[in-house]
Design a protein around this ligand. Structure first.
Ligand code: AHG
Ligand code: MN
Ligand code: MN
Length: 316
């Protein structure tokens, strides 16, 4: 079963009114990710390593692959007839595609997650979230919806294999890219996050500036003999947590007092996937999917993972 067949089946069950628009969106995304992974697989041969000598709206140095990945998604999605707007980590403003008001969907994405790992051959990813454009809404107001309104969300983790994981609100499904045929083939028919794990995942370098409750919490996990795993690519740390359980945290820090990760295209899509797989996702105070966004590049703290570990933090 390829991801296209799966999406069409989901569409018949879930979105009978979608008339192929929804599946055409997802095929735009999968096409872009195949272009991105082809570049990643030839890093060092293709001129795709290193930075472009520019910074993005986040103030981060743009890597060549950030720019390539962003352009691939803009090109593959910009021509799909049901797209109203595109919002990307790499674009300061939302990109309006369909001014006629006919466009039904908004796609929000992090084209290349884990940019600091590109040049050292460590797993990176692409994250996306699909929203409906509310009738009559235009501009950022149309995008600033709480995460529980997402129609679908997913990611590709470009690791030892390229794996496409998505949910449309009826469970989580994983597909592995079969290079010989260039198609994503179903490899995880129903992904469930274990209720408890043995790993915690956090950048320990920031530990001294975490709020005291987080420090106590991590001390408790160490007392319970948890092991630490931190890849520095959110998609890779999330994918391990989805398969093995445990908890990922990006708490408030001195440098990022409201957390570093972006709500719309990092925390919300992964929170949707985590909950669909039986896990939890909070900002340390409340459910990520309930947060009402105020701006498209808004940051948030993030605690995401197995029910047992996330509830333990809440209790502390
Ligand atoms: P991006 O490359 O899209 O900017 O995302 C990087 C993020 C995320 O992937 C990762 O979890 C986090 O940055 C790592 O941050 P630190 O290096 O501060 O730990
Ligand atoms: Mn990212
Ligand atoms: Mn990114």
């Amino acid at each position: 079963m390829t991801v296209q067949q799966h999406i069409l089946q989901q569409q018949e069950d879930l979105f009978p009114e979608a008339r192929g628009r929804f599946s055409s969106l997802l095929s735009g995304i999968t096409l872009a990710t195949k272009m991105i992974q082809a570049k990643i697989r030839r890093a060092g041969l293709a001129d795709i390593i290193g930075s472009v000598g520019a910074t993005n709206v986040q103030g981060e140095t743009q890597q060549k692959l950030d720019v390539y990945a962003n352009q691939a998604l803009l090109d593959c999605l910009g021509t799909r007839e049901s797209v109203a707007m595109l919002v990307s980590e790499e674009n300061a403003e939302a990109v309006v595609i369909d001014r006629s008001g006919e466009g039904k969907y908004i796609i929000v994405f992090d084209p290349l997650d884990g940019s600091s790992n590109i040049d050292v051959n460590v797993s990176v990813g692409t994250i996306f979230s699909i929203l409906r454009r509310p009738d009559g809404a235009q501009g950022d107001a149309a995008v600033l919806q709480p995460g529980w309104k997402q129609v679908a969300a997913g990611y590709v983790v470009y690791g030892s294999s390229s794996i496409f994981v998505y949910t449309a609100g009826q469970g989580v499904f994983g597909f592995t890219l079969e290079p010989e045929i260039g198609a994503y083939v179903l490899s995880y028919p129903n992904m469930r996050m274990p209720d408890q794990g043995t790993y915690y995942s956090v950048n320990e370098a920031n530990a001294d500036s975490f709020p005291e409750s987080y420090q106590r919490y991590l001390g408790e996990l160490r007392r319970r003999r948890y092991s630490s795993r931190y890849i520095g690519s959110l998609v890779a740390d999330f994918h391990r947590t989805l398969l093995k359980g445990g908890v990922f945290l990006y708490p408030p820090t001195a440098t990022n007092p409201s957390g570093k990760l972006r709500l719309l295209y990092e925390a919300n899509p992964l929170a949707f996937l985590a909950e669909q797989a039986g896990g939890l996702a909070t900002n340390g105070r409340g459910r990520i999917l309930d947060v009402a966004p105020a701006s498209i590049h808004q940051r948030t703290s993030l605690v995401l993972g197995s029910r047992s570990e996330v509830e333990l933090l809440a209790s502390m």
